[in-house]
Structure formats: C-alpha cells, structure tokens
Design a protein around this ligand. Structure first.
Ligand SMILES: Cc1cc2nc3c(=O)[nH]c(=O)nc-3n(C[C@H](O)[C@H](O)[C@H](O)COP(=O)(O)O)c2cc1C
Length: 322
C-alpha cells in the first residue's frame, strides 16, 4: 500500500510503532521495520546520548530498513540532555524522529539540516496545526482512546481524525485505538495516511517485555483502563490495577490539592519493575482501550502481514461489494 507516509519514510506499509517507555528497544523497532513498518526506539528510556547511540547501533545491526527514534519532551526539574540525544540521533544516521510532549521547535533546525523527517505526535487539531507551522513533516494524531497521554480535550478519533483532515496540509497518521486491518482502513477513510500503534505492539512475541505484561493486555477488556493525574493536567491512560486504585483514592481525597509528590509511589520509576520484572502491581503503566481488541500474542511480522492482507480483503471485497 502506497501512501504519503510510506513515501515520506521509505517504508512498505503505512504502520508505525509509537515510542514506548521501556518497551521501544532495538529488538521491537527492528522487528517492526523488518516487517515493512516503521519501528521506533524510545530515546528517553536510554537516558544518555551514549546509551542511545549504542541502541541505535544495535538496531542497525538488526535491520537495514528505516527506523525512528522517539524524543518525548517532558517538563522536568532536571531535564535530560536533549541536545546530546539529538546529536546521537543525527550521528547515528536515523532517518525519522517522532517528537511528543512539548513543542519541538528548538530542535527542528538541527534535525532538518541533517535531512531527518520529523513526525510530531499530538492530541489536538490546534497542536497539529502548530506542528505544521513550525515545519514538522507529518503528524501522529493521538485520539482520546490512546494509551499514554491523551491530553485534556478528550476528543476521540472518529471526530479528531476528520477534523485534522479538514485542517492539515501535511500528512498524518491515526494513533490511539488502532489494532487491526479494520482500524487501518477506517483511519484511511477518515483522512489519515496510515496508523500508529502502541498497546497492540506490546502484545507481540518481539516486544522485549515480560510475558506478564503481554498477558495483562490480552486479558484486559476495553473497560479496564483508567485516566489518572487529571488534576495535575498530565492525564495518563493506564491499565487498572491495585496501585492505580490506590492512586485514584488519593486523587479523590485530595482533589485539586493533589501534588505529584503524593503519588510518587504509584508512578515514579515503576516502568522497569513492570516491563522487565513483570511485577504488574508495582505501579501505573500506560495502556490503551484497544486492549479490548487484543486477543493474541503474534510475532510482529505475523501481525503486520495479517493486517495488510486483511486490509486488502476489506477494501477489495467487503467495501467494494456494497
Ligand atoms: C506502555 C506505553 C508507554 C508509552 N510511552 C510513550 C513515550 O515514552 N513517549 C511517547 O511519545 N508516547 C508513549 N506512549 C504512547 C504511544 O507511543 C502511542 O502514541 C499510543 O500507545 C497509541 O495508543 P494505543 O496504545 O491505543 O495504540 C506509550 C504508550 C504505552 C502503551
């Protein structure tokens, strides 16, 4: 399938794996790229420019196809070495960067000068237009359904995607709630040029996370995610568990007085325990409503190949027979 996104990134299928903290290592990024999609290494999980450079080199050993690095800009008292991470990306010859969080304008000139394509992930039309105006090449439009940070507007993709299509000149992919061929075809019908998946890619044999995480996604339904940290204007969609219920009790008790320090036990530094040790009650971790559509743990290649052949059947058999 040829779209503006496959052409822009030099990939075979319009399927992107979004950056995911403590999930997006070289193994997953390479598996997605080898299957014809665009895999993504998560920059901040590596932490230092040296470690990121090493991860990029590892990925290059595993694939000769294009892959991306995610740079998430978070408000922080001790910010990561973003200039160093950008340099590692440029020196490593990475062709695509997925930015997320704050406006990436500060780093765009360096990335663009190096010929790197930038796709900015955002949760609203106004932020998408901003990304377009500062020179991003594409946008990943992340609906309210998404795992991770859906923003504060709560607009689901059935509204957000056609709104984006009406306003944007640069191409965009649909992100949030995407799981299968139906998602891809629907996203394209709504104006997207491809799709970005997070949660679905975690439940694959290639994702370098503990089996408990994959099984938690398979066992979850679409009713099992919760929104946390709303009063901190840092809303995150997570899979419900004991830690999340404890956190929500604190939110209920403290209301607008809740500070980040009050929930440190539930959110700070929990990802390694969950993703690598499989201690599922260790804290809150991002997960999309799309878990309700995930019932198996295929290889990434089986997943992507299956999506593309089923999309073909939907377009050329089901839809064309109406
Ligand atoms: C476990 C997990 C960790 C994530 N970490 C990040 C991150 O560090 N940076 C980022 O930009 N997005 C992050 N995301 C969001 C994904 O890249 C993607 O936008 C989102 O998962 C799409 O929604 P879906 O889960 O419904 O497919 C994360 C998502 C999950 C599920």
């Amino acid at each position: 399938m040829k779209t503006k996104i496959t052409e822009m990134f030099g990939i075979e299928h319009p399927i992107i794996q979004g950056g995911m903290h403590h999930v997006g290592f070289a193994e997953l990024a390479a598996a997605v790229s080898n299957a014809g999609g665009l895999g993504t290494i998560t920059g901040l999980t590596q932490g230092t420019p040296e470690k990121l450079a090493n991860e990029i080199a590892r990925c290059k050993d595993m694939t000769d196809k294009p892959f991306a690095v995610n740079l998430t800009f978070l408000p922080s008292l001790t910010p990561p070495d973003y200039p160093g991470l950008v340099k590692a990306i440029i020196d490593g010859g990475v062709p695509v960067v997925e930015t997320a969080g704050r406006n990436p304008a500060e780093y765009l000139p360096a990335l663009k000068d190096a010929g790197i394509k930038v796709i900015h992930k955002c949760t609203s039309v106004r932020h998408s237009l901003k990304a377009q105006s500062i020179g991003c090449d594409a946008v990943s439009v992340d609906g309210f359904e998404c795992g991770g940070h859906p923003g504060e507007d709560d607009i689901p993709n059935f509204i957000l995607l056609p709104r984006a299509a009406d306003e944007l000149k640069i191409p965009f992919v649909a992100s949030g709630g995407m799981a299968d061929a139906r998602s891809l075809v629907a996203a394209m019908a709504l104006g997207a040029e491809g799709m970005n998946m997070g949660t679905r890619f975690i439940a694959t044999q290639d994702a370098p996370v503990h089996q408990n995480v994959k099984e938690a996604i398979v066992n979850a339904t679409e009713l099992d995610t919760r929104l946390i940290m709303r009063s901190l204007t840092n809303t995150e969609r997570v899979l419900n568990n004991e830690a999340v219920e404890r956190l929500m009790e604190k939110e209920k008790a403290l209301g607008d007085k809740l500070r980040f320090e009050d929930i440190l036990d539930e959110v700070a530094g929990v990802y390694p325990k969950i993703m690598h040790e499989g201690t599922m009650e260790a804290g809150a971790w991002s997960c999309g409503m799309v878990a309700g559509l995930v019932n198996d743990i295929p290889t990434v290649d089986e997943l992507i190949t299956g999506i593309m052949s089923e999309a073909d059947a939907i377009i050329n058999s089901r839809l064309s027979n109406f």
